[in-house]
Design a protein around this ligand. Structure first.
Ligand code: IFM
Length: 445
């Protein structure tokens, strides 16, 4: 795999980002607080006491960063809207200055021949809505549809590719079940109610976009991990199936009209406590594409001690395998396996790898970063995408996570995922060896 033309002319290459991780400017020009603005102030929640108040100052630096994209030969830029920048209280009054920022960003992209790909929701719920229950409150369906309406009616003329949610499993699981992410809530009721409401919004938000922008290509993005049992025992095999239902199937299957995967994960049945008559018909949506976001493989073993799941993941450092700073095993074939898995659902028309990438320790040597591990990670994963494509899987794009080192949620600024190094004191950008390699790969026909 040397040349990008092996993937065909229609294949989309890009990078992905998210508002809270890069924008900064957390309280200016009328922006309201989001759940992440609040969560970072809670003691002990973020490694190093870090926060995203400034992050990469993309709000101010966006024009230079878009030029950087152009320099890197990257034609597709995935970003997310900050809901509380656009509607500070989450519902009601719109903030014109917030809309103006995205206007400027989109114009900058188009002037540089970069296609913007927009995600409506990448985890930064307005705090005012969380104060009313957030994703656990059924009213979120109306709040979200209003937000989707404002974004798509305002920007639909310039954005062709839309994604409704980013990784609903992560923001409901880490945010409402485990309390590790904003808003830091725990418990099964919070998880199941927020999961059902997120699945509804996934389809309802897409309907709003379809109505406002009939020509849009609409998708939503799903985190996924290639799962394998620790042993060949029946117990480990069933444990793997339960994790698969939770991590890989919970949000895609209702959107395909298959309902929730309750037969493989019994406790999920209680999600129906949050259903209203007619929900069955609201959950499916005929997406034009789905985004899959895979980083690793996980090994699963049965465990009596883990509530609800009776299963646990054996982390990479316990298995003596090569891993990233996130303690995620480096296992490129996982991406091939996930493309095959999702490619085999009959209702999925097209897959875009909307995120894939790696955090490794980066050392500045004479002003340069020689990140061979990240470069190899990308090369090897891209090769697996090609393998899937050659096997007939409808995969049509690959987006690196991510352009710039940025705020990595509960891990703060320690994990660096960028193709471009960021000095967070000076906001200097330095293209890493991986960024140079990607530029060359994209430039080579
Ligand atoms: O940084 C995150 C991103 O926000 C969602 N997907 C995974 C990335 C790496 O952890």
């Amino acid at each position: 795999m040397k040349y990008k033309n092996e993937f065909g002319d229609d294949f989309r290459w890009g990078v992905s980002t998210a508002a809270y991780q890069i924008e900064g400017a957390h309280d200016i020009d009328g922006k309201g607080p989001s759940i992440w603005d609040a969560f970072v102030n809670r003691k002990g929640k973020i490694t190093g006491g870090h926060h995203g108040k400034d992050a990469c100052k993309f709000y101010h630096n966006y024009a230079n960063d878009i030029k950087l994209l152009k320099h890197l030969n990257i034609e597709n830029f995935r970003f997310s809207f900050s809901w509380s920048r656009i509607i500070p209280q989450g519902t009601g009054q719109v903030n014109t200055k917030g809309l103006d920022f995205y206007d400027r960003l989109l114009d900058e992209c188009l002037e540089n021949n970069i296609n913007p790909w927009a995600t409506l929701y990448h985890w930064d719920l307005p705090q005012a809505l969380e104060d009313k229950g957030g994703w656990t409150n059924r009213d979120i369906e109306q709040w979200f549809m209003q937000y989707a309406d404002i974004c798509s009616s305002k920007f639909g003329d310039r954005i062709k590719h839309w994604m409704v949610l980013n990784e609903p499993m992560v923001f409901t699981g880490a945010g409402y079940f485990l309390g590790m992410h904003a808003p830091g809530r725990i418990g099964l009721k919070n998880f199941l109610s927020s999961a059902h409401h997120a699945a509804l919004c996934q389809a309802q938000g897409a309907r709003v976009i379809r109505a406002n922008v009939p020509v849009a290509q609409i998708g939503s993005t799903f985190s996924c991990s290639f799962l394998q049992p620790m042993t060949t025992s029946r117990k480990d095999e069933l444990a793997t199936r339960r994790f698969d239902a939770l991590l890989n199937r919970l949000f895609i299957e209702p959107s395909l009209g298959l309902g929730y995967p309750v037969s493989d994960l019994k406790f999920l049945r209680r999600i129906y406590d949050y259903h209203k008559p007619g929900d069955e018909a609201l959950l499916p949506f005929d997406f034009d594409f789905i985004g899959i976001q895979n980083y690793t493989r996980e090994i699963v073993s049965h465990s009596y001690f883990i509530p609800y799941l009776q299963a646990k993941l054996i982390k990479a450092n316990k298995r003596n395998v090569s891993a990233t700073v996130m303690n995620w095993e480096v296992y490129p074939e996982a991406l091939y396996q996930m493309l095959t898995k999702y490619g085999n659902y009959s209702g999925i028309k097209k897959i875009i790898v909307t995120e894939n990438g790696a955090a490794f320790p980066d050392t500045l040597i004479d002003g340069s970063i020689y990140d061979e591990a990240r470069t190899n990670y990308l090369k090897n994963h891209i090769a697996e995408v090609l393998r899937a494509k050659q096997d007939g899987i409808a995969v049509d794009g690959y987006f690196v996570w991510t352009l710039l080192d940025n705020f990595e949620w509960a891990e703060g600024y320690f994990p660096r995922f960028g193709l471009v190094y960021v000095n967070f004191n000076t906001q200097e950008r330095i293209i890493k060896q991986s960024g140079k390699w990607f530029r060359e790969f994209l430039g080579n026909q």
